[in-house]
Design a protein around this ligand. Structure first.
Ligand code: HEC
Ligand code: HEC
Length: 285
């Protein structure tokens, strides 16, 4: 009995999803343009020739105007609280070596240009690395400090501060050379149907962006704004947290944060947004 009930609920859920996607057509992203503190942020750009999309739109363009406006002013942006905290963390001594980030990195603005190129290949370890890996490598190997957990507040604060240094710069992530096989793996994951709803990332973010799914306006699912401040989360969240949530919504067993699968997916999804501006920390509902 219980099993049948559950199965029916799942089918009903899938059905509602199909109806939801088909019947509301809120259509295109809006026409609003984004400037933060006087700086122009590119929220739409013609897609590169090899892209499956014709035109790229930042997730910002799909949000309601109240949500959008929170991102136009750093005093209004709730994600900036985390950035403030990270500035303190940067100067704070931690670990057995008695060092702070600031002892070796004179100014956090030295990290300008880093965020648009991540994830990248780590020559020494012969594997791809994300911003979380880079930060933890400094903590464990250079400070004698404990690694921060992927979703720890300190980690989110620091990835927001470092990402912010590149705000306005176009995403340019490297997909060739040793990253080619990682990218291929990410692409495969993106198009693989998973979960009880048997859907892939592409079903929603490539084929149906612009439409409404329940109360949410579907975007192209880019990651140029991460870590993102989500009103629903009441705080910042990582790229991998968002991936996890999307997989759970289609009732798939999500990969773990920091897993090879999510790192590959991160690279592939980043590459789909090449040319959009970094807009860290972004604000979403
Ligand atoms: C003992 C010195 C030292 C400390 C302390 C240190 N780092 Fe590093 N960090 C390095 C070195 C050396 C590199 C690799 C060379 C480089 O790119 O500067 C590096 C690289 C980085 C990079 C990559 C820079 C790039 O452009 O590739 C980031 C980001 C970074 N560190 C962040 C931090 C943060 C955040 C902290 C504090 C939690 C920290 N580091 C603490 C020495 C240190
Ligand atoms: C059933 C539809 C659906 C599927 C399938 C789905 N997502 Fe999402 N995703 C959403 C919705 C709804 C949102 C919130 C609104 C938006 O930004 O599209 C979202 C948001 C996102 C965002 C945040 C975008 C931003 O600008 O903040 C990313 C990134 C993302 N999804 C990636 C993925 C990836 C990767 C997959 C495949 C593992 C996936 N999604 C599968 C529905 C879906």
């Amino acid at each position: 009995m219980h099993r049948t009930g559950k199965k029916l609920a799942v089918i009903a859920g899938a059905f509602a999803l199909t109806i939801g996607l088909a019947s509301h057509s809120a259509g295109d992203p809006d026409e609003n343009s984004l400037a933060i503190e006087g700086e122009t942020i590119v929220t739409d750009v013609k897609a590169p020739a090899d892209s499956p999309l014709e035109h790229l739109y930042s997730g910002w363009r799909f949000r309601a105007s109240e949500t959008q406006s929170l991102q136009t002013d750093d005093f209004e942006n709730p994600g900036m609280v985390a950035v403030e905290q990270a500035i303190d963390q940067f100067a704070m001594v931690d670990g057995s070596e008695g060092k702070a980030c600031a002892d070796c990195h004179a100014d956090v603005s030295d990290f300008k240009g880093l965020r648009p190129n991540l994830p990248r290949w780590d020559e020494a370890k012969s594997k791809p690395e994300t911003l979380e890996h880079i930060i933890n490598e400094c903590r464990t190997e250079r400070m004698g400090a404990k690694a921060w957990k992927w979703e720890a507040q300190e980690m989110l604060n620091m990835t927001a501060l470092i990402g912010l240094q590149s705000r306005g710069m176009p995403v340019t992530v490297e997909t060739g050379g040793p990253m080619a096989s990682v990218w291929e793996k990410g692409k495969e994951l993106y198009y693989t149907r998973v979960g009880q709803l048997d859907m892939s990332c592409a079903h929603c973010h490539e084929n149906n962006y612009g439409k409404m799914i329940r109360a949410d306006h579907l975007s192209q699912g880019h990651i140029n704004g991460f870590p993102v401040y989500r009103l629903k989360w009441g705080g910042l969240g990582s790229i991998h947290r968002r991936f996890k949530g999307c997989m759970q919504n289609i009732r798939a067993t999500p990969f773990k944060r920091g897993s090879d699968e999510f790192i590959a997916l991160e690279l592939y999804v980043a590459s789909r947004g090449k040319g959009l501006s970094v807009e860290v920390p972004s604000v979403r509902n």
